[in-house]
Design a protein around this ligand. Structure first.
Ligand code: BGP
Length: 479
């Protein structure tokens, strides 16, 4: 007999997206240019934009720019939200494009057309009984802040971000009750350009510059928490972590220690600062040994201590396996972090190792350490889909992946974890963040758009659409 799981009555089932990966209309409505607008399509993107000398210019002779049009959610949001409602979504995670609200980032007054667009989107969600879950910053800093201020290198950006956040809270206080500050904030150490809007100048200054930028974000995040609680007392605001539990390759204590350190550095610094309100003890030695001296202003540590987040949200795609001495042959690439191959796990077509038990482990680790509610705001399988002759898309591989992870959530809830909700990534096919591909699809809804930019943009329900609809309507009892 298959086991059934008990999810809380008010569990927030839904789906997740980010503005730059689905909206398109990159120059409409008074929007300014942002980082995503200069990111080319294809596997080259990350390497190219991460080069310290990258000029952030568009070169259409050499590259395609899939985020410019994306899947045109900007014009089709009503149709898309209606499809989410048909699946029974209780919540829809989306992000606001900072440069729609402040086109350059440092203006004093916001762009009304940008604000009005999200009013329409939120109204559409609320009309269908769906709670918007809003990420304030998801990998798309205004380009002007990158070019003129050096991104989060500059402390001035804290003020601009605070103004942006306060503008959002004031405008949407009656519509949005769930907020997230920075998407995958801890990803800064592995993909600084996405998170911080700059690439460290040299390898010698990499850690120094990254942790300085992160510190600015920690302060900015705390100021956003403060403002959110003041302006919308009934709202909840969380941090967002890219979470991958780190396993030791074997029982050799040398490797176990190495895995533990990687876990501390990657998984816990950002969580400790934003939830416990302080840098963890191990950073003292780590910063000293790596010559990291964070320039803090008076009051920074107090601000961080005083305004911790209400909950932790996380993305979970994979676990990571580590050993101290790696050879190039052991190494695999997955979700930007390199680890060694885990012989017990299979991987997606993009090399991301599939590990549902790792999600149960992650939820237990996070809840044990922080004791605040958790929210899984990204999870899913990027895969190639085939449209059959009759137009159907039979994505059993995706259903199997999601089922395994939902079972792991059910187990974690039985373990005692407080879980608020689940929004699988890319509930409608959209542009991949790391590779700019359309062919890396996550959705329950297929979008007829291809890597070369062709396609009618028609939406089609995949097999997983009906499956997820049933999961939601049975509150996770039927998987
Ligand atoms: C996360 C990002 C998302 C998203 C997802 C899948 O790291 O927050 O923006 O895209 O990963 O990654 P990809 O699109 O590269 O497959």
């Amino acid at each position: 007999m298959t086991k059934t799981y008990q999810f809380p009555e008010n569990f927030l089932w839904g789906g997740a997206t980010a503005a730059n990966q689905l909206e398109g209309a990159h120059l409409e409505g008074g929007k300014g240019m942002n980082l995503a607008d200069v990111m080319p399509g294809g596997k080259i993107r990350f390497k190219l934009i991460s080069q310290p000398g990258f000029d952030f210019e568009i070169d259409k002779n050499k590259y395609t720019y899939p985020n410019h049009d994306a899947i045109d959610f900007y014009h089709r949001y009503a149709e898309d939200i209606a499809l989410f409602a048909e699946m029974g979504f209780k919540t829809f995670r989306l992000s606001i494009a900072w440069s729609r609200i402040f086109p350059n980032g440092d203006e004093l007054e916001p762009n009304e057309e940008g604000l009005a667009f999200y009013d329409r989107v939120f109204d559409e969600c609320l009309k269908h009984g769906m709670e918007p879950l809003v990420t304030i910053s998801h990998y798309e800093m205004p380009l002007y802040l990158i070019k003129e201020y050096g991104g989060w290198r500059s402390r001035e950006v804290i003020t601009f971000f605070e103004r942006y956040a306060v503008t959002l809270f004031n405008r949407y206080k009656d519509k949005v009750k769930y907020w997230l500050t920075f998407n995958e904030i801890n990803g800064a150490t592995h993909m600084p350009i996405f998170s911080l809007g700059f690439s460290p100048a040299t390898e010698e200054v990499r850690l120094q510059e990254t942790f300085q930028g992160l510190h600015h974000q920690f302060v900015a995040s705390s100021l956003a928490v403060k403002a959110c609680h003041e302006i919308i007392p009934e709202a909840q605001i969380g941090c967002m972590l890219l979470y991958a539990p780190v396993y030791s390759f074997d029982a050799n204590p040398v490797n176990v220690l190495h895995a533990m350190k990687e876990e501390q550095l990657f998984n816990y610094i950002s969580g400790d600062v934003q939830v416990r309100g302080e840098y963890p003890a191990f950073t003292k030695r780590y910063f000293k040994e790596n010559n990291i001296q964070i320039d803090m202003q008076e009051g920074d540590l107090e601000t961080i201590k005083q305004y911790p987040v209400d909950f932790i949200s996380l993305s979970y795609y994979m676990s990571r396996t580590e050993k101290k001495e790696k050879t190039p042959e052991d190494t695999i690439e997955g979700n930007i972090m390199a680890g060694v191959k885990n012989p017990f796990l299979e991987a997606s077509d993009w090399g991301w190792e599939i590990d549902p038990i790792g999600l149960r482990i992650s939820l237990n680790q996070l809840y044990d350490r922080y004791r605040v509610p958790l929210f899984i705001v990204e999870n899913g399988l990027g895969a190639y889909d085939t449209v059959e002759e009759d137009g159907s898309i039979i994505d059993d591989y995706r259903i199997n992946y999601l089922r395994g992870h939902i079972e792991a959530m059910g187990e974690a809830i039985e373990d005692g974890v407080e879980l608020m909700g689940y929004t699988p990534w890319g509930c409608i096919d959209l542009v991949s963040a790391s590779t700019g591909e359309m062919s890396k699809r996550y959705g329950f809804i297929y979008v007829d758009k291809h890597d070369d930019g062709s396609g009618t943009l028609e939406r089609k329900k995949k097999k997983s659409f009906g499956w997820y609809q049933n999961v939601i309507s049975t509150n996770g009892k039927e998987l």
